[in-house]
Design a protein around this ligand. Structure first.
Ligand SMILES: Cc1ncc(COP(=O)(O)O)c(C=O)c1O
Length: 358
């Protein structure tokens, strides 16, 4: 089989070595005589994987004991609702940065629960940039931002200081792609299916101090305290995605951890942006250069017809899912952790070739 170079925004490419290991141990896990996905989550066979995955995440991201690590269902989308349910105080309000499509969804859910204060609105700049400086309201319940807008291709390079107001970040599309200081955040969350595993599990990292303030007036699953108290075994956890995430964490460690992968990610992004910038305006990126995403590189060719031709010829060469988001058009190369540098080199070389022929 010739493997495709998968530039999908998510679910996205996974490391080949991980897929092969899953295949190898799928039917008989560790010689136990059964598959891990047939095993009760209350057995040592699964428990070891679950707890080891949490430890690996702590180790890779430098998560201290002041934080809980949780594995939840419902995608990052579930967090859009759970965050205000748990933390938006009655009569209070929460700060949100409207940086694009995903931030908007988070804001829409928060508005169903309480008051939202949009502290910066990207609509004013067509969602192609981010605020240089933004402050939190002193009495906000929390301050929410989207560290990387997967559709618009804008990424925070430095995070705002929010003082006593807990900073909450949706890191779905750049988690573990670059080092961050977890201690700066009250909560970090990310659907796994871009950088850290398959769809079906959402990683939540939450400061215990913030957790203590969480509400418990909503149904059990929507109450963070229940998940934290039971190490994410309050109910049946998504065992298969957690197991694959375990393997992805080991793969990341073998590459030198998050610093190691960042060095590769920086090269990949630099190569694509220099190809765009060096094309004499053949390719154009709509994004402010200061906030260009290192994960989702958004660009256009000179016309929608050429975009189509570009996508079709790329697909013929095995480079798939380069189409921009349906409402946005153009092209988008998602180059998450598992996309190798060689894959991006092949894309950059095709881009140059295509521009000279068209
Ligand atoms: C930044 C961001 N937030 C949230 C989501 C929604 O995630 P999910 O589909 O896991 O609910 C996505 C999905 O693509 C995303 O890119």
């Amino acid at each position: 089989m010739e493997r495709k170079l998968n530039f999908s925004a998510g679910p996205a490419a996974l490391p080949l070595s991980v897929l092969e290991q899953v295949k190898e141990e799928f039917v008989d896990f560790n010689g136990a005589g059964l598959s891990l996905i047939e095993s009760s989550h209350r057995t040592a066979l699964y428990d070891d994987v679950h707890m080891e995955t949490m430890t690996l995440i702590r180790e890779l991201m430098g998560v201290s004991e002041d934080y809980d690590v949780m594995f939840l269902g419902g995608g990052a989308t579930m967090q859009f609702g759970m965050i205000p349910m748990n933390f938006l105080k009655a009569g209070g309000s929460a700060d949100y940065v409207n940086s694009g499509a995903w931030a908007k969804k988070a804001i829409a859910d928060a508005k169903k629960i309480g008051n939202v204060n949009v502290v910066w609105d990207g609509a004013d700049v067509n969602y192609a940039s981010l605020p240089g400086k933004v402050s939190s309201s002193p009495d906000a319940s929390y301050f929410h931002l989207t560290s990387n807008e997967t559709i618009g291709g804008v990424q925070w390079k430095e995070f705002p200081e929010t003082g006593n107001v807990p900073l909450i970040a949706d890191m779905s599309s750049d988690i573990m792609s670059r080092p961050i200081n977890v201690a700066d955040f009250g909560m970090i969350y990310a659907g796994a299916q871009k950088n850290i595993g398959p769809a079906g599990v959402t990683l939540v990292i939450m400061k215990k101090e913030l957790l203590e303030s969480a509400s418990d007036r909503f149904p059990a699953y929507l109450t963070y305290k229940n998940h934290a108290a039971k190490s994410s075994m309050y109910n049946t956890p998504p065992v298969f995605p957690i197991y694959v995430m375990n393997l992805v964490m080991k793969w990341l460690k073998s590459l030198g951890g998050i610093e190691g992968i960042q060095a590769i990610n920086d090269k990949k992004a630099a190569l694509l942006y220099s190809t765009i910038d060096g094309s004499k305006d053949y390719y154009k990126s709509p994004v402010d250069t200061a906030y260009r995403s290192s994960m989702n590189v958004v660009f256009t060719t000179p016309s929608p017809d050429l975009d189509k031709k570009f996508l079709s010829e790329a697909a013929d060469l095995g480079m798939i899912s380069l189409k921009g988001y349906r409402d946005v058009g153009g092209c988008r190369a998602s180059i998450y952790n598992a996309m190798p540098l060689e894959g991006v080199e092949k894309l950059a070389s095709f881009m140059k070739d295509f521009a000279s022929k068209n």
